[in-house]
Design a protein around this ligand. Structure first.
Ligand SMILES: [Fe+2]
Length: 173
């Protein structure tokens, strides 16, 4: 995606970063934003369609996570604006950019256990992807602000993964 930090309204913010670095950080943030949307929609789908003895707990868990993720989504998008770029906002753009995959199975056909496993896998994939993103924005683009922001996001996903994983440890749902 050709998001640039110098088009549109002219003057780019003077953050001590070259245009190439600003554009690189923006591309990284757009990808992170796209992944967050895929996971957000999946959490809502599971919140709506979960069934079984642990319905209430899982219904709540998925809601807590998509609510927390919505706040992160806003922070990621507003950070993109801080570089003078515009935030992507179409589902097609998010699908095209995302590294995570949607769960296209019919909602009520997905077992509760499989839902939680999928959420754990996605949070852990985000953590692994963010490791690479953090290295890129820190070492290649030398943007300590983005590096720090993405480290915080990694920590959040690591916590979300633990909370979901704890739901399935040691017992059948
Ligand atoms: Fe609800």
């Amino acid at each position: 995606m050709a998001t640039r930090t110098t088009n549109g309204n002219g003057m780019a913010p003077n953050l001590g970063l070259e245009a190439k670095a600003r554009d690189g950080v923006v591309q990284t943030l757009c990808t992170v934003l796209a992944d967050a949307h895929v996971l957000y929609i999946k959490l809502r789908k599971y919140h709506w369609n979960v069934t079984g003895p642990q319905f209430h707990s899982l219904h709540e868990l998925f809601e807590q996570q998509y609510t927390a993720l919505a706040i992160k989504i806003d922070e990621i998008a507003e950070r993109i604006l801080q570089y003078g770029a515009s935030a992507p906002g179409s589902m097609q753009q998010f699908i095209d950019m995302a590294r995570l995959k949607e769960d296209e199975a019919e909602g009520l056909s997905i077992e509760a256990h499989a839902m939680v496993e999928q959420i754990v896998a996605d949070h852990e994939a985000v953590v692994r992807n963010l490791r690479e993103d953090i290295e890129r924005v820190g070492q290649e683009f030398e943007d300590v602000g983005a590096e720090d922001f993405l480290i915080g996001l990694l920590q959040d996903h690591q916590k979300f993964a633990w909370m979901a994983r704890a739901m399935i440890k040691g017992k059948a749902l």
